[in-house]
Design a protein. Sequence first.
Length: 302
Amino acid sequence: MRRTIAALTGATVAALMVPTLVTAAPASAQTAKTTQAAKSDPVSALKRQFRTHRGVKLTENTKIVGAGKKQRTIFTRRNGVLEFGRSGLVASDLTTTFNLPTQDDEFKGLFTPSRTISLKNVSYTSGGFFADSMPEGKKWLRVRGGGLILVSPVQQIISTVEPGTLKATLAHTGARRPGGTWDGTRTTVHSGTITLGELFKVSPSVRAMLGAKPTGRSATLPVTWKIYIGSDQLVRRVVSSYTESTRGLNSTELTYVNDTRYTGWGTKVTVKAPPAGQVADFDELTVGADQPEDPIRELLTN
């Protein structure tokens, strides 16, 4: 989904640095400290989770609020598992459900629950927008190309299972405080703001989501975030918020609030493709001409 992003301005934060005189430690002590620092770094902790057939469970809630006359809101939920390999994410199995405004029965057929299995260079979706367009006997729609990227118009924009995204986001930490207990672990919550342009540079999922590099005012869109990190330096929760808008004859504005929870780091996971006999490709579908191009925006802004 291509988006035109509204420009928002932010305050500039200045920091005063006070030099401190320190005494150099012996080389062996310095090496030990460096090793310990690496072990306590969230990015290093994430990379240590990259083992064959290991992964993490994901639960994600999203609220999408339209700024139209009716102030409609869509609530979505994604849950399932992510599977890692030695180099990072290699597969996922996620189910998405929607909770629509009760008065909008005409859209319910487009927002049916869906399950998506993603593997390298291919994904399979059952249910969802194209459920009624599938050929007889087929259950899964196959989409090829693009590598494994978790992409959905309702997903968390800050993917902390991407080491580069996690590192770049935490570099913008403006505050830290106790974050409570999540997944049985006491956490510290880091909070801050990062721009859409900065996320586009480091995040494969954001590049796939936007489709084109944000420029001008779009690139400066602020995404506010909170990341809850456990004592083992693994992320347990991510909350982000941003507002996108279009300006023109039909100006619209949508606010996205994403709340993602990670549990069971190190869980054994093996994601497999569905049976070949139940799979169809796009050219086999019968898609109605009256299907909206962007049903989320149409629902929330009409």
